[in-house]
Design a protein around this ligand. Sequence first.
Ligand code: FMN
Length: 327
Amino acid sequence: MQLPYPHAHPFPLILAPMAGVSEAPFRQICRGMGADVVISEFLSSEAIRRRIRTTLEGAEFEECERPIGIQIYGSDANAMAEAAGLITEHYRPEFIDINFGCPVKKVVLRNGGSGCLRDMDLVERIIKAVIGATDLPVTVKTRSGWNDESRDPVSIALRMQDAGARAFTLHARTRTQMFSGNANWDEIARVVEALEIPVIGNGDIASADDVVRMRAHTGCAGAMVGRGAFGNPWLFRDAQALLAGDDRPPAADATERFRVALAHARLAIRLQGDSRRTVIEFRKHLGWYTRGLHGASDLRQRLFQVETIAEAEAIFMNYLAPLAQVA
Ligand SMILES: Cc1cc2nc3c(=O)[nH]c(=O)nc-3n(C[C@H](O)[C@H](O)[C@H](O)COP(=O)(O)O)c2cc1C
């Protein structure tokens, strides 16, 4: 069965849905760098159903981001169906993704996210209800299980496939693991063996080489990258080159990193408002873009205090000035 992503490379690279990070500005930067597909951060179906403005804003995207999936979560099949219907009608993404993986307490307490994994009948009802409410493909993203005792990604995956999911993304950790330990890529390989629908591998891809390793190790149909893309959208460019059998492009130097960081910041200002709040929320990205640079911690300390993008630009210029003299 084919992946529901038009115009993607044969082995698509997907930017992971990440609350507070994979918002429109970062999605656009990653698409520009070679990510084939992007997904919104998870949106509460209850909040969508109640037309909560801030949640609906999370479903907005620009044409250049396509193909895009909007991700929803919740434990009430009716609310999930209503949310899927509204997203389909008003935003028309390429697909709707259901989050069955979120480990955050406030979400799982109400059986949202990975909380659903404790009740697979509920999971089945939710998937079927969402499919019934939209003409768009419905994909799912989940973890390997609730805890070590109930860890059984193959059964979970088969159940989700039978319910009608069009693609299955596995973050190969349990809920109780949160982000500790390593993602178990062997589990992804086992799920690939067992399913007919495409399986997307996710968890601990930190470099372009890891993308190639993930494909070789698991036989997955595509790779999803989360934290590895923080401040490093070049990972997508590099992985596309390696997958195509081309040479690895030269690593982004400080000038290139600052250029992209500022382009990203300007997108944030345009799309999220020219406000102090936008800049403060953006500080984390500024920090990530400096990772690995000489003097990064000092640079980061200063960037974490900026209140305007002009201040960040000045810090970058200041950093580059002595380098320019040497050159
Ligand atoms: C800050 C952050 C926010 C996240 N938000 C979501 C989310 O909204 N929906 C979701 O399905 N997964 C979410 N995740 C999980 C990621 O999509 C991904 O499955 C996980 O980070 C493992 O991939 P990685 O090792 O490449 O980061 C989030 C992860 C992080 C670090």
